[in-house]
Design a protein around this ligand. Structure first.
Ligand SMILES: [Zn+2]
Length: 111
């Protein structure tokens, strides 16, 4: 296992994990135990969730994907253009059909 990203919050950790898994890289979020309590969804300082990958031989690829995520760029072979949430303005990669921030479904999403 290899840590490839320290997320700013729970949602971002899962976003990065999903991005990696969408590219066939097995990934998991760690360090989020403190975030699973429904009553405490807020950010806890010092308890940032981490994204780890199972196959360290794909580390370079994973780190590049994370780098692109951090820079807010679309994937070089992405599923399509990014879209912007009509409700809150958050920008998402094409493979996500709902806003991670406010759960608004992507306009025109088929899945
Ligand atoms: Zn939104």
């Amino acid at each position: 296992m290899l840590k490839v990203h320290v997320a700013q919050h729970h949602a971002e950790a899962h976003l990065v994990s999903a991005l990696l898994q969408a590219r066939g890289i097995q990934a998991e979020v760690r360090g989020e135990a403190l975030f699973t309590i429904l009553e405490a969804p807020a950010i806890i300082p010092g308890a940032a969730p981490e994204v780890w990958i199972a196959d360290s031989t794909r580390a370079a690829e994973a780190l590049e994907l994370v780098r692109l995520h951090v820079k807010g760029l679309a994937f070089p072979e992405g599923a399509g253009p990014t879209w912007q949430c009509p409700a809150c303005g958050e920008t998402h990669e094409a493979q996500f059909t709902a806003c991670w921030k406010c759960d608004t479904v992507q306009p025109g999403a088929s899945s």
